[in-house]
Write a protein that binds this ligand. Structure first.
Ligand SMILES: Cc1ncc(COP(=O)(O)O)c(C=O)c1O
Length: 426
């Protein structure tokens, strides 16, 4: 697909559907990161119609290089022929059945080869399903109730009480969760008491773990009989085929996966040690109708096979690390020391250290769009991002950096065509 530069993303079709949608769907979106307010409203595209590889087509037929990739799931690229084939082949046989399907066992076998220290697996649909099941498993297994949490883990009560938007969540949940900051080991050590069932954490968010941080966590959780749950929603099948456990050589007791595992099909996995998983099934309740839905399972099997065969994670990290270096160099060369990309190769974020970071973000987002790139601060790489796409990304950052340098950040406001991106409150 050839990228044709267009600057009109809001035409009649978009306007019309937006008006209808706003009456029917609060804030138009099913997930916070897709809300129009998270882009430059009245300028940015609102609806995507289709995708192929790393390119998406918006409702007005603009083609854009996507750097968001469905907020993580699209690890191989949109409309991936081999994953599509696996889904279609299974579709011809049926979607969900009245008995167990053998593909469930096949996926569990595949997972076992990627995650050798995990013994048993359960499938569900969303990331929040799997983290909530992990919390239940840990409470059941330890017969304790308190949770220490580092990172975001989904919309269910036990976690949502600690969010800003916690209306409707019974307040008693508050006494069971303690949030800690990444790379603050002392805070974790101080938070553990004899009622702590588990520490659930994103093994890495963007900031790399300090030397010994994860090892110290593993040691203290073992000593204090607190289960260590890795929320690998992002790191799973992205940082490494074996996720952060393999990458950092740290064995968790339970681990949760979703996003990249099936290149966009809705499936999540709870993985764990045999005794914990058996106890969960024996004493607790974690059952859901679509847990054994076979199209997603077929897609997961194919995605995992493809990732393995093509060394996808390694390539993404190599490409991404190179990209981070290139872009940061551009910022340095243009004296923009308030801009820096941090993270790991396949997932990185632009840190903006100015008085009004959202203004700068909006300007960059807008200019990237003008250059044919859908960018919103975080770059989630896929196997479909090629040299050509990277060059285009560098080219755009080059132009934007020069422009910010020339204009000065104070003068960016008058350059913004739509609305400023709003702070994401969750
Ligand atoms: C680290 C992490 N855990 C859990 C979740 C929840 O996943 P889901 O939105 O599929 O319920 C997310 C979602 O973005 C996430 O980033």
């Amino acid at each position: 697909m050839k990228i044709k530069i267009q600057t009109n993303f809001i035409k009649n079709k978009t306007k019309k559907i937006k008006i209808i949608g706003e009456k029917l769907i609060p804030e138009l979106a099913q997930t916070a990161a897709k809300k129009p307010s998270q882009f430059s409203e009245d300028f940015s595209p609102i609806f995507i119609e289709s995708g192929k590889g790393a390119i998406v087509k918006d409702l007005e037929n603009n083609l854009l290089i996507d750097t968001i990739m469905g907020i993580g799931p699209i690890i191989l690229g949109y409309n991936h022929p081999q994953v599509n084939r696996a889904i279609k082949d299974q579709l011809n046989k049926g979607i969900i059945f009245s008995l167990i399907h053998r593909l469930e066992i096949k996926l569990a076998e595949k997972l076992k080869t990627c995650l050798p220290n995990m013994d048993m697996f359960r499938f569900s649909k969303t990331g929040a399903d799997s983290t909530s099941a992990a919390i239940r498993a840990s409470r059941n297994f330890t017969q304790k109730e308190k949770i220490i949490s580092c990172g975001y883990h989904g919309w269910h009560d036990w976690n949502a009480i600690a969010l800003n938007k916690n209306g409707g969540v019974p307040q008693f949940n508050k006494k069971f969760i303690k949030k800690v900051q990444y790379n603050n080991f002392e805070q974790i050590a101080d938070s553990i008491d004899n009622q702590t069932a588990a520490l659930i954490m994103e093994p890495v968010i963007f900031e790399p773990p300090e030397r010994g941080y994860l090892e110290k966590i593993r040691k203290i959780t073992k000593q204090k009989k607190v289960l260590l749950i890795f929320d690998e929603m992002w790191t799973g099948f992205r940082l490494n085929l074996g996720g952060a456990q393999k990458y950092f050589n740290i064995e968790a007791d339970l681990a949760c996966y979703s996003k990249a595992i099936a290149n966009g099909m809705p499936i999540s996995v709870l993985a764990g040690k045999r005794n914990i998983m058996k106890s969960l099934n024996k004493k607790s309740f974690f059952y859901t109708t679509f847990g054994g839905e076979t199209l997603s399972i077929a897609a997961a099997i194919k995605t995992i096979e493809f990732i393995k065969k093509n060394n996808v994670c390694q390539k993404l990290n190599e490409n991404g690390n190179k990209m981070i270096k290139e872009i940061n160099n551009i910022f340095i060369l243009n004296n923009l020391n308030f801009l820096k990309i941090v993270g790991y190769g396949s997932r990185s974020i632009l840190n903006i250290k100015t008085e009004d970071p959202l203004l700068v973000k909006t300007f960059i987002h807008q200019e990237m769009l003008k250059n044919g790139i859908l960018w919103n601060g975080i770059i989630n790489l896929s196997y479909s991002h090629t040299k050509k796409h990277f060059n285009k990304i560098y080219d755009s950052f080059n132009k934007i950096a020069k422009s910010i340098n020339l204009k000065g950040i104070k003068n960016l406001r008058s350059e913004i065509k739509g609305k400023k991106i709003k702070k994401l409150v969750i």
